[in-house]
Design a protein. Structure first.
Ligand code: FMN
Length: 200
């Protein structure tokens, strides 16, 4: 099948776009407002965009609280979602009013960053501390700004729980990262294999 997205007539029960662009890592964003309130929410429009410098990005569909806090304070954390945290990650996605602390809502422990004042999830196996580098409103083909806003941040510090390290590497069988698929589907990395790039 083929369909053009201007009419988006795929004829399927649900729009397949997010199932095609999957699996997506989940950026579980911890932030602090200029009023001192703390916030936590998952974003699967999230990824690393560069290694040197280490840059990550999350995209907010509308100006949500994580965007507001990151733009107010210039900081956020990105927490690694492992299998044992999936229900707490989901609980933290509730659409609660500004200022409601999702760490309390989800039963998680907030720790203050080493290099940023934004909170991170003490229970997470790995955490990126980030400082905002850019905020972009991505445009559509027509040049109209969309409802979305992308927050880019440079990773300034990294926490790793040494329990997930084996022989100097993060062991994915121990870290059990969760990815977002389409619809209401998620996956863990239950099968991990190596593939080496061709040598020319
Ligand atoms: C796994 C998962 C991924 C999500 N990804 C996004 C996303 O990429 N962008 C977005 O705007 N909302 C996303 N959401 C919804 C937000 O988490 C939700 O709207 C939340 O209330 C936003 O919180 P905040 O206003 O405190 O930032 C996602 C929810 C879940 C459960």
């Amino acid at each position: 099948m083929f369909y053009s997205t201007d009419e988006n007539r795929h004829g399927l029960a649900h729009d397949p776009f997010k199932a095609i662009v999957s699996p997506r890592p989940i950026g579980w964003i911890g932030s602090r407002g200029s009023d001192g309130s703390i916030n936590l929410a998952p974003y699967s429009f999230f990824n690393a965009v560069s290694d040197r410098p280490k840059l990550v990005m999350f995209s907010s569909s509308g100006r949500k609280h994580s965007f507001r806090n990151a733009s107010e304070t210039g900081e956020f954390t990105c927490n690694f979602v492992s299998r044992h945290l999936i229900d707490k990650m989901n609980a933290s996605s509730a659409a609660v009013p500004y200022g409601v602390d999702e760490f309390v809502l989800a039963g998680l422990t907030p720790s203050r960053g080493e290099l940023v004042a934004a909170p991170y999830v003490a229970e997470a196996f790995a955490v990126l501390e980030c400082k905002v580098t850019e905020i972009i409103e991505p445009k559509s083909l027509s040049g109209e700004p969309s409802e979305n806003v992308m927050v880019f941040g440079q990773v300034v510090g990294i926490h790793i729980d040494e329990a997930i390290l084996r022989e100097g590497r993060i062991d994915m069988a121990l870290a059990q990262p969760i990815a977002r698929l389409g619809y209401m589907d998620y996956s863990d990395s239950s099968e991990v294999f190596e593939l080496f790039r061709p040598k020319v």
